[in-house]
Design a protein around this ligand. Structure first.
Ligand SMILES: Cc1cc2nc3c(=O)[nH]c(=O)nc-3n(C[C@H](O)[C@H](O)[C@H](O)COP(=O)(O)O)c2cc1C
Length: 202
């Protein structure tokens, strides 16, 4: 499986967690890292280049910090411009047919806050419904998100372990180690590469 990571962090120099995930991903063969804010600081996205990149990958990952219950704005700009009618969706738009897509997210809030009775009132999967439905409209299979919750309280050691867990996940994905059924049966893709309870930020 060829994996494309569309990385979107507007302030990578100030990042505590995403920059470690980025470095971990850099070391995985068959993963293409595509840094949207670095490539398009003026949001002037090259639609044809992005579509050509999508065409040669099997799995599309939006990797980003969680900002106001969604992604940083360049992700929306990317979707608005790249997922064109007649290319990505519509009766003639089948270029993404059968590809897999997912979000890889870090959230300040802990996992317990992302529950129906919790501080944020909705689960992360509920907040992600616009991504899920966008990918479905574009004939793709949406996978459960890989989420690192509770970043505000994570130690450097916790961050390193989560980065290794993410790397393991990417290795499994690119090696075809996970089936679609197996992935879609999870709430979080993290569940396929468990880490010890002691660092689970719940
Ligand atoms: C503008 C902004 C909005 C944020 N909104 C949320 C939010 O809605 N929910 C949440 O749990 N954390 C929120 N956070 C916290 C970030 O998700 C968290 O700091 C980030 O994922 C950590 O990754 P980083 O160290 O790579 O930046 C927000 C942070 C910023 C700067």
């Amino acid at each position: 499986m060829k994996v494309l990571i569309l990385f979107a962090h507007p302030a990578i120099a100030a990042s505590r967690v995403q920059r470690h995930l980025y470095k971990a991903a850099q070391q995985v063969k068959d993963v293409t890292l595509h840094n949207l804010y670095q490539l398009y600081p003026d949001f002037d996205i090259d639609i044809k280049a992005e579509q050509a990149l999508l065409a040669v990958h099997d799995v599309i990952i939006w990797q980003h910090p969680w900002y106001w219950y969604s992604a940083p704005p360049i992700v929306k700009q990317w979707q608005d411009l790249v997922l064109e009618h007649g290319w990505a969706y519509g009766s003639m738009g089948k270029q993404l047919l059968g590809k897999w897509a997912m979000n890889v997210i870090t959230t300040g809030g802990p996992q317990t806050a992302y529950t129906v009775g919790g501080h944020n009132r909705y689960t992360i999967q509920q907040f992600l419904i616009p991504f899920e439905q966008t990918t479905r409209l574009c004939n793709m299979q949406y996978l459960p998100p890989f989420v690192i919750h509770g970043t505000h309280k994570m130690s450097e050691a916790d961050i390193s372990i989560c980065a290794l867990q993410y790397q393991e996940f990417l290795l499994g994905l690119s090696a075809g180690r996970f089936t679609l059924d197996e992935l879609q049966a999870c709430s979080y893709s993290n569940d396929l590469v468990p880490i010890p309870n002691s660092i689970q930020n719940t």
